[in-house]
Design a protein around this ligand. Structure first.
Ligand code: FDA
Ligand code: NAP
Length: 454
């Protein structure tokens, strides 16, 4: 990275969304107007990683491989999943699988491959801690943003300036209320890291809270990896519900649906959620449900019972002491109370949506909000800001209320990144033209004023 540089675009977070943006910027630089946009990205992890702690064996993607970083924006791009397969020598073998859904492990390899090809403009081990407006010397209006970046060890701090920021810091793990994770209580987002720190022999009774995809995958993993352990699944519903990925429902993830949601009425938006949240939230892929049922049934045939589905059950409280974890449950149709003791408790209790308020600090004062206190968003993913703020604050994520269900997913990242790049270029050109006009007018009026003294 160049020191003391003012960038046109700084990306905060370097997961798939901003990686897709980085590629879109590069492809824009290669052809067409907008050449020479300067950009840099900051990622707090030491190296690229996409939900590494959930890279469980045989976990598959929940979108088609064609919804990769680029294809829906530019099918001719050489950053596609197909290009990756071709370069890896696996294209023919992949096709023989006749499967749209690669493993998460393979998709992770693809993302790593793509980021390695564009690595020059990202600083890893770099956490952005604040963004502040910088007043212009002439106008006094905020024309740039100053970002504070901490290195991985939290020791060195540096400043960078940008005309636009694209915030893409991802989902935020949601724990059970009042519960902190520790060596025996884990959120699913830290699962593999915490699991591998344990001696598997010490895990004789484990429980997983939740009935979403994370919970089901972790339950299956624990059952398979700990053949001596009792595994309890604490499920709020009667049984796991299937994720609807049938073709008509899947249309809500198409780029076109973003317009229908954004420009739709309140009723339209409400209908998206009412009818289709079962495409993504608190639901599980059909094959994982069947895997779990099959394991349970096979045990029953063999007269074994070590996989327990505690249905209609929610966690009320958790008490921790040393290696003991006591979980209070409100269970069954009558809401009876019961307790279980476990050696490890995994909270697969989901995520909060991305919320950049803390990061924005005093800059938040320039960001307009709706009646419900949410950011008002332009269609191009730019936060609606007070007119005096000339810089762009773009969000990739956290826009479910304005852009719909795909906001926190991969489905639309290729097209969304392209739209953000187009917006930055168009607004930048308009801004430059306006400044040039103002400068010309200033020269003209100073000429006239000077003329008056002649
Ligand atoms: P993501 O969370 O991937 O990246 C954000 C990055 O920002 C992180 O690397 C983080 O370290 C970094 N960061 C955060 N704060 C920072 C700061 N202050 N400074 C610098 N860096 C910072 N969706 C889908 O469509 N299909 C799928 O198959 C899946 N699969 C899936 C599996 C699992 C286990 C989960 C939990 C989620 C999914 N998802 C999904 C949804 C998921 O949100 C999506 O896949 C992407 O992670 C979205 O990419 P982003 O880059 O927006 O966020
Ligand atoms: P999720 O879908 O939000 O599910 C969270 C679950 O926790 C829900 O069943 C919720 O029940 C339950 N829960 C919350 N509090 C509880 C309590 N006190 N007691 C009992 N249960 C409680 O979260 P997720 O499974 O982590 O999925 C998040 C995203 O990641 C989704 O987009 C998903 O598709 C994705 N994902 C993908 C993969 C993959 O690609 N293979 C793997 C994992 C996750 P209620 O609904 O009743 O609140």
């Amino acid at each position: 990275m160049r020191e003391n540089e003012i960038y046109d675009v700084v990306g905060i977070g370097y997961g798939p969304s901003n990686l897709a943006l980085d590629i879109a910027l590069r492809e824009r630089e290669l052809g067409g107007p907008g050449n020479g946009i300067t950009s840099h990205f900051f990622e707090r992890q030491q190296r690229f990683g996409w939900h590494r702690n959930m890279l469980l064996p045989s976990a598959t993607m929940q979108i088609s491989f064609l919804k990769d970083l680029v294809t829906f924006r530019n099918p001719a791009s050489d950053y596609s999943f197909v290009s990756f397969l071709h370069e890896s020598g696996r294209l023919a073998q992949f096709v023989n699988n006749k499967d749209f859904f690669p493993t998460r492990l393979e998709f992770h390899q693809y993302l790593e491959w793509a980021q390695a090809r564009v690595a020059g403009r990202v600083s890893y081990g770099s956490k952005v801690t604040s963004i502040q407006p910088v007043p212009d010397d002439v106008t006094g209006l905020p024309e740039r943003l100053r970002l504070t970046v901490l290195d991985g060890a939290g020791e060195a701090e540096r400043m960078v300036e940008a005309r636009n920021v694209v915030i893409s810091t991802g989902l935020v793990p949601r724990m059970l209320a009042g519960l902190k994770s520790d060596d025996r209580v884990w959120h699913s987002s830290e699962f593999l890291y915490k699991f591998h720190r344990m001696d598997p022999k010490s895990l004789r009774r484990v429980a997983v809270v939740g009935a979403g995809q994370s919970a089901a995958e972790i339950t299956r993993f624990l059952y398979d990896q700990l053949p001596q352990a009792e595994v309890s699944a604490i499920i709020p519903s009667y049984g796991y519900s299937v994720a609807d990925d049938t073709p008509f429902a899947n249309q809500i993830f198409a780029p076109r649906a973003v317009d229908e949601y954004y420009f739709g009425s309140e009723q339209t938006r409400e209908a998206f959620w009412r009818y289709h949240s079962n495409t993504n939230y608190s639901v599980v892929d059909d094959d994982v449900i069947r895997d779990l049922y099959r394991r349970h049934y096979d045990d029953e045939v063999r007269g074994v019972e070590r996989l327990h589905f505690l249905n209609l059950t929610r966690v009320d409280a958790v008490q921790r002491s040393g290696s003991e974890t006591r979980v209070s449950l409100r269970a069954g149709p009558a809401g009876e109370r019961r307790e279980i003791e476990v050696d490890a408790l995994v909270c697969a209790t989901g995520y909060h949506t991305m919320e950049p308020t803390n990061l924005l600090g005093e800059l938040d004062l320039y960001c307009l909000r709706d009646d419900a206190g949410r950011f008002r968003m332009e269609r191009d993913y730019r936060i609606v800001t007070a007119p005096e703020l000339r810089c762009g604050i773009y969000l990739q994520g956290g826009t479910e209320h304005t852009h719909g269900l795909s906001s926190s997913l991969l489905s639309n990242i290729a097209v969304r990144s392209g739209e953000i790049v187009d917006s930055i270029v168009a607004r930048g050109l308009a801004h430059d033209a306006e400044r040039a006009m103002l400068a010309e007018a200033a020269v003209a009026s100073s000429g006239q004023a000077a003329g008056g003294f002649e």
